[in-house]
Structure formats: structure tokens, C-alpha cells
Design a protein around this ligand. Structure first.
Ligand code: 475
Length: 807
């Protein structure tokens, strides 16, 4: 399609859909028109991709995730379709700004943070690598809450993302399945004495899939992200006549649980989990049966991936369908289940390790509980006398009245992976050590990655242009080619061009900050960024204490030779996470104090941007000079904002945690500021129980001064919150070693300050960060999953020109 044709089609579609001309149409009508042109254009490829998989009996992977966090899809789809430039120019000629239409699309925010965003980066990469893989999740009516600040406190508003409809989804009524919830199940012998389940009571839920095309990068592949929506089956209408009954039914899948890395343990959450697990597994089996292949070979057609433990019931549901519905023997079914399933662990935080009480599970999915009980019984039976008794007790699925979901996922699958080298090592040596003893071959690492297309090509067109002009365009397909940039680290023209692109991005972020927060910030200042969920272990508090220190130092000596700095935060706190909300309040109050204080001559600014989400990340990241990755070593499984920021040329201040370790290896010690305890030192403290925060506080006058500012009235309006945080450090012994790492952190900050003063050197460091980021592409990550875990291959062209781009 050329520009002329696009304009013609666009005008025609607008006339057909709305009976309008461009000049009369609203942005929303124009957006709908463009979207409809796009979906009808890729639908053909979508159908053909699907047909090709089917006709080739292609093995497919199914990524089960309770969260997906795609953000906006308009530009990403345009880019992957190869339409971006053409549409941008064509619209411009019609007097329409593409970016105005982009604003219309709500962020699709069916996830909390890292885990959900990773799932969406994978969806983009799986399609872009031409791999046959699908997503399976929940179509929440409300996405992650919208964050507003009122009196500097976080308040949460509902995210009604579907209000204006959703362009990209297709409701597939014909593919609906029913999910049985609750009731009683007992086993009854049939005429041959085989036990089959008989269900009594309970209710049937109708699961209706909404499919969204996952468009591959200029390769004609369109995969499917399938999200299940809950409906009342027509035959059950009578039970839901009253408004309350209807409401409580519909509530089941209407909201995403807003806790990141925390297990809420509510019955509704368990229902959500079983709902999308059962619907997804049923639909995989139904598809497989339509292929008329022997059931025994299903592992050659399907790989089911369990993204964290939330979908761990896939193991039991798959067993249920094979044993109860397909009459397969337990042993054969179990062998297949383990071959089909694989599992990723995303966190070592104890409070995130999912456990369900037996009672609740019996209540929500009684048959699944029976099957888990049998898996557990056989697990113990097999190991007794072979393995140490205590080891068996520690690894069994059911313990102390609770079902341990990670145990189910590990025992019922052939692969368990962590998400960065350090994390995978910790799984083997500490967190899942017992399982490593039992199944050493199942453990492996798959370091996370990010969708380079979104995080450079879309988010940072200014830098992308410089890259094209410097190293050619191959980096757009093969991110390892970013390394070619290293040839230019002494080339002032390139260094300046990259710096100019950064400056441009900083100017537009400064404009956003001005219009959204009313705060004036200078694009000449260092933009220092920490963007991630608010969590004690991520240590936004450490960042804040350093800011308070700088402020107090500047108050004492306004001539202090520091580079002007703008500290930028973006973070949501779980609504029930009281401590995290207190941190937000205090950061906001410190911001009010600092930003209004003229005596420090604008050397310091603090901006907490409201409602951090994927779209805001796309604005902040290209403008960042410094990336804060300061979690307590051993706590952050991987991190992915660290990768996005380095890719966009930010210099990282980091602890040796998660993927920071691999970022350090990629750029070398001179191009990153490492500080703080190592994971080994943290474990030493745990073992010896010899950390005493109060000693540090009493000994170190700087720490005293800074920490006292929380309670001595220096910062207004934080009487309660300041005390709470003060107590967490002093009275409750600083669980995350903030004070222990404080001095080292300040030194690292100082070294960054100095490096920035040498402009040329800073630009070189920045260039080296971008140049070495290629390995963190999620294209690489999903290819490793495909090769090592799922054993799936790209579809090769067998007719016409449906070629597949190889990476
Ligand atoms: C890690 N979320 C990051 C990222 O691997 C890592 C959501 C609901 C309930 C419980 N937990 C969650 C997470 O655990 C999560 O997002 N984990 C994150 O996964 C991708 O990069 O280090 O914290």
C-alpha cells in the first residue's frame, strides 16, 4: 500500500463507518477508523497464520499468565505491520496528527508490573520471531487502578478501560467453554470398577474468549492472545435474577488484584485462577482433538507455560481432562502432563509464594483438590525410603492444611526457570534447594528481556534516527548489531548527535512535567529516574534519604559543587500496602518542600509523576540520564526497567541484584556505578543475625541527621508517616538494610555526579550502555524458551510469499 492509497482507503472507511469527512470527525472517530483499517488488513495474515499452524501440525506454546500489560497497541501494530511512516505521513497530509489519535487509546493495563509487562514483551517477540505461541489470560473489566495524588496521598480510581470499546479484540462466542465451580464431587465406580467423578451442586461459569492479534514485526505472522471473559450460561440465567446475585457473579473476573509480589489469598482470586486455567486448558484440548492425532502424542503439539504460580492448577486441570474426560490411565496422563508443562519463578519474596488452604480449594474446585491430593500422595509414595524423610516433608505439595502452588508447578512440570542468572542460582542454592536436590535437570535460567521495538523504535524515535544514520538499520531486526555503535565511541559527531537526541527527549519530558505537575525543571539538569512498583525491598526509601541529604547539604552550603539534578519517581503502591503508601506521601511532601525552596537555586528538583504505567514509561525512559536499580541484593529477581533504561543510554546506579549483575558484565565496571551489600553478605547477616541498624544510627552523624529529618519537623505534614518510616529503620531494625547501604550509595551518587561533569566521558558511557543492551532483547529470551523448554519452531513459508523473518 502506498500513501495515496492509504489516504483514499482512510477517507472511504471514515465515510462507511461514520458517514463523515475528515474535517467533521473527532479524534476518537479518526482513531476508530484507523484501527478498523488496520485490523481488517492484518486479519488475513491472522487467519493464515492460524491455518498454517493447523495444516502443518505445528507444535504451539501457550503462555498462561494471570496478567498481561501491553499498554497501547496502535503504534506498535503500525510499526510491526510496516505502516508506521506511511500512516504518519498520510494522516499528516489529511491534517491529522497520529499522536493525537494515540492519545485516544487507553492503556491496556491488565497487569501490575514486571511480571505482566514481561508477558507482553514475550507476546511481541514470539510473533516477531515467527514462533507459534499464544497468550492465555483473563479479560478483566477493570485494569490496574488509576493513581491520583490528593494532599500528597495516593488515592485509587477505577480503570474503566473498556468504556469506549476495544478495537483490537474479537469476541469468539463459538469457542466458549464452561467451567465448573464449587459443589461436591464424589467418586463412583463404573461397571468395570473404574472410579469416575460425580458432581453435585456447584455452578457453571461460561468462559468466552476475546482474541487479540499479536502482530509480528514485518513477517506476516499474527499470533493470538486469548483473554477469557465470564458470562452467565443461558441455562443458569434463573439463578441470577436478582441484581446482587448478578453483581457478585460478574465481580469474579471484573478486577485485577492490585498486589504486586504479594499473595492476597482471597477466594475470588482462586476462582479467577481456576477460571482461566480451566478455560485455557479445555480449549487447547478441544483444538488438539480436532487434529485427530493420538492423545498420547499431545506433548508434540502443545507446550503449556505456567507464568509464576498463579496458573499452577494447569497441572491438575490437564490431569483431570486426560483422566476423567479422556479415560487415560493416571500414569500415562502424568507422564504427558510433565512433558507439556513448564514453570517460571519470578520472585523469592516469601509473601509472594502462593499457598491456598485446603478448605478454600475444596470449596472452589473440589475435583482439582482431589487430583492434587493424589499427585501429592504418589509423590510421597515414590520417594519414601529413597529420599530423606524431612526432605519429602518439606517438598510435598500439601503441608499443614495448605496447598503449596510452587511445589505443584515444579513437581508437575519438566522445567523450572528463574529470570536472571543470579536469581536462578539462588533458586538452586536457597529458595528451591530441596527441589534442586530432587530434580537437578529441571532447573535452568532464562534471563529476562524487553521488546526492543517498543522501547527504542517507538519510545525513542530521536535516538533511533541517530542509530540508523550511524550504524545502518539492521539493529531494528537484530539488536546485537547495536554493538556496532562501539566503533563510534571516539566520534564526537556521533556522541553529540546522541546527546542531542537525549536533550530533545528531556525537553519533552520537562514539558510534560510542567503541564501535569506545574513544576519547572531544566533539561540541562541530570534526570535521575526510579520507576517501578513501590516496595520496601526496591528501596525507594534509600533514594529518598539521599535526596534529603543533598537538600540538607545544600541548605548548609548553597554553593555545593553538584550538578543540578531532577529526581523523578513513578510508582504505584498496592492499595492495602500501608507502608508503601506512607513512602509515597513522604516523597511527595519532600518534593513540595524542595521544589518551593528558592534558596537552593533550582539545583534540586523532585518530581513524583502520577499514575505510572506503560505509556508514561515510554515518555520517561528516553529522557533518563541515570537509572536507579537499588533493590537489596538477592531480592529483585531480575528487573526489566534496568534494561529499558540502559538501552536508552541511561547510566545505572545499581546493587548487584537480579539482572543488574548481567548489565554490569555487559558494560564493564567503568560504565556503571555499583554499590552496596552483595547477596552473599546479605545472607551472612541473616545467618549471623548481627545487623543492628540502631548502631549505625548512633554512630553515623550523617545518617542521624537525615533520618531525624523524618521526625523533627524538617519535612511538614508527615507526623504519622515520618514516624512510621523512622520506626521501620530504627525500632524494627531496617529489614532491607537501607542504612547499611546508605554511605556506599552516597559515594556511588557522588561518582555519578563527577562523571557527568566530564561531558565527553559521560556521553561515551551512555553510548556504551546503548551499544551493549542488545543481549537484553526479549527476542533472545523467547528464542531460548522455544529451543530449551517449549521445543517449538518457527513456521516456514510453504506457499506464496508468507516468508518468516529469521532473527
Ligand atoms: C520481579 N508479580 C522482577 C519480573 O520476571 C522481574 C503479581 C501478582 C501477584 C504476585 N506477584 C506478582 C510479581 O511477582 C512480579 O512482577 N515479579 C517481577 O517479575 C519479570 O523482572 O524482578 O519482581
Amino acid at each position: 500500500m502506498d500513501k495515496k492509497e492509504f489516504k483514499k482507503k482512510f477517507k472511504r472507511r471514515l465515510a462507511e463507518k461514520f458517514a463523515m469527512e475528515v474535517t467533521d470527525a473527532s479524534s476518537n472517530e479518526l482513531y476508530q477508523t484507523l484501527g478498523s483499517l488496520m485490523t481488517s488488513a492484518y486479519s488475513q495474515d491472522w487467519r493464515e497464520t492460524w491455518k498454517d499452524y493447523r495444516e502443518n501440525n505445528q507444535k504451539q506454546s501457550y503462555y498462561f499468565s494471570i496478567e498481561f500489560l501491553p499498554g497501547k497497541m496502535l503504534k506498535s501494530n503500525l510499526l510491526n505491520m510496516g505502516w508506521l511512516e506511511l500512516v504518519e505521513e498520510g494522516l499528516d497530509e489529511l491534517g491529522i496528527q497520529l499522536n493525537d489519535l494515540v492519545e485516544i487509546e487507553p492503556d491496556m493495563a491488565l497487569g501490575n508490573g514486571g511480571l505482566g509487562r514481561l508477558a507482553s514483551c514475550f507476546m511481541d517477540s514470539i510473533a516477531s520471531c515467527g514462533l507459534p505461541g499464544n497468550g492465555n489470560g483473563i479479560r478483566y473489566e477493570y485494569g490496574l487502578f488509576k493513581q491520583r495524588f490528593v494532599d500528597n496521598y495516593q488515592v485509587e480510581l477505577p480503570d474503566e478501560w473498556l468504556q469506549k470499546g476495544n478495537l483490537w479484540e474479537v469476541r469468539k462466542e463459538s469457542k466458549a467453554v464452561d467451567v465448573q465451580i464449587g459443589g461436591n464431587v464424589y467418586l463412583k465406580p463404573d461397571q468395570y470398577g473404574k472410579l469416575s467423578p460425580v458432581y453435585e451442586g456447584g455452578s457453571k461459569l461460561r468462559a468466552v474468549p476475546y482474541d487479540t492479534g499479536m502482530v509480528g514485526y514485518q513477517n506476516k505472522i499474527v499470533n493470538t492472545m486469548r483473554l477469557w471473559s465470564l458470562e452467565i450460561p443461558p441455562e443458569e440465567e434463573d439463578r441470577y435474577r436478582s441484581i446482587e446475585a448478578r453483581r457478585s457473579f460478574e465481580d469474579l473476573t471484573s478486577v485485577l488484584y492490585p498486589d504486586d509480589s504479594n499473595e492476597a489469598g482471597r477466594k475470588m482470586r482462586l476462582t479467577q485462577e481456576y477460571f482461566f486455567v480451566s478455560a485455557g486448558v479445555q480449549s487447547i484440548l478441544r483444538y488438539f482433538k480436532s487434529l485427530n492425532q493420538p492423545m498420547d502424542e499431545i506433548n508434540q503439539y502443545a507446550a503449556i507455560h505456567i507464568n509464576d504460580t498463579h496458573p499452577a492448577m494447569c497441572v491438575a486441570e490437564f490431569m483431570r481432562l486426560l483422566v476423567d474426560e479422556e479415560q487415560m490411565s493416571w500414569e500415562r496422563a502424568w507422564d504427558l502432563t510433565r512433558k507439556v508443562m513448564s514453570y517460571t519463578n519470578h520472585t523469592i519474596m516469601a509473601e509472594a509464594l502462593e499457598k491456598w488452604s485446603i478448605d478454600m480449594m475444596k470449596n472452589v474446585c473440589p475435583r482439582i483438590y482431589q487430583i492434587i491430593e493424589e499427585i501429592d500422595r504418589r509423590f510421597v509414595e515414590e520417594l519414601i525410603g529413597v529420599q530423606d524423610f524431612d526432605l519429602i516433608q518439606r517438598t510435598r505439595i500439601i503441608q499443614d492444611g495448605q496447598v503449596h502452588m510452587a511445589h505443584l508447578a515444579i513437581i508437575g512440570s519438566h522445567s523450572t526457570n528463574g529470570v536472571a542468572k543470579l536469581h536462578s542460582d539462588l533458586l538452586k542454592s536457597v529458595v528451591l534447594h530441596d527441589f534442586y536436590l530432587l530434580y537437578p535437570d529441571r532447573f535452568n535460567n532464562k534471563t529476562n528481556g524487553i521488546a526492543m521495538r517498543r522501547w527504542v523504535q517507538l519510545a525513542n524515535p530521536a535516538m533511533s534516527k541517530v542509530l540508523d544514520a550511524t550504524i545502518g538499520k539492521t539493529w531494528r531486526k537484530n539488536s546485537d548489531d547495536l554493538r556496532l555503535l562501539l566503533n563510534y565511541e571516539e566520534d564526537d559527531q556521533v556522541l553529540n548527535a546522541l546527546a542531542e537526541a537525549k536533550y530533545q527527549n528531556k525537553r519533552s519530558l520537562a514539558a510534560y512535567i510542567k503541564s501535569h505537575c506545574g513544576i519547572e525543571v531544566s533539561p540541562e539538569a541530570i534526570f535521575d529516574v526510579q520507576i517501578k512498583r513501590l516496595h520496601a525491598y526496591k528501596r525507594q526509601l534509600l533514594n529518598l534519604l539521599h535526596i534529603i541529604k543533598l537538600y540538607l547539604d545544600l541548605k548548609e552550603n548553597p554553593e555545593l559543587p553538584i550538578e543540578p539534578r531532577v529526581f523523578i519517581f513513578g510508582a504505584k503502591a498496592a492499595p492495602s500496602y500501608h507502608y508503601a503508601k506512607s513512602i509515597i506521601k513522604v516523597i511527595n511532601e519532600v518534593a513540595s518542600l524542595i521544589n518551593a525552596d528558592e534558596t537552593i537555586k533550582g539545583k534540586l528538583k523532585l518530581v513524583f509523576l502520577e499514575n505510572y504505567n506503560v505509556s508514561l514509561a515510554e515518555r520517561i525512559i528516553p529522557a533518563a540520564d541515570v537509572s536507579e536499580q537499588i533493590s537489596l541484593a538477592s531480592k529483585e529477581a531480575s528487573g526489566t526497567s534496568n534494561m529499558k533504561l540502559m538501552l536508552n543510554g541511561a547510566v545505572t546506579i545499581a546493587t548487584l541484584d537480579g539482572a543488574n549483575v548481567e548489565i554490569r558484565d555487559a558494560v564493564g565496571d567503568d560504565n556503571i556505578a555499583i554499590f552496596g551489600l552483595t547477596e552473599g553478605e546479605v545472607y551472612q547477616y541473616y545467618e549471623k543475625r548481627n545487623y543492628h541498624a540502631i548502631d549505625l544510627y548512633e554512630r553515623d552523624t550523617t545518617i542521624q541527621k537525615v533520618v531525624n529529618a523524618l521526625i523533627d519537623g524538617t519535612i511538614p505534614n508527615i507526623t504519622k508517616e515520618g514516624q512510621e518510616i523512622f520506626d521501620s529503620l530504627i525500632k524494627y531494625n531496617d529489614e532491607f538494610f537501607v542504612l547499611r547501604d546508605f554511605e556506599d550509595y552516597c559515594a556511588a551518587q557522588m561518582s555519578v555526579n563527577q562523571a557527568y561533569q566530564d561531558t565527553r566521558r559521560w556521553r561515551q558511557i551512555s553510548l556504551r550502555n546503548t551499544a551493549n543492551a542488545g543481549r537484553f532483547s526479549s527476542d533472545r529470551t523467547v528464542q531460548q524458551y522455544a529451543d530449551d523448554i517449549w521445543q517449538i519452531e518457527p513456521l516456514f513459508a510453504h506457499n506464496d510469499n508468507r516468508g518468516v523473518t529469521q532473527h
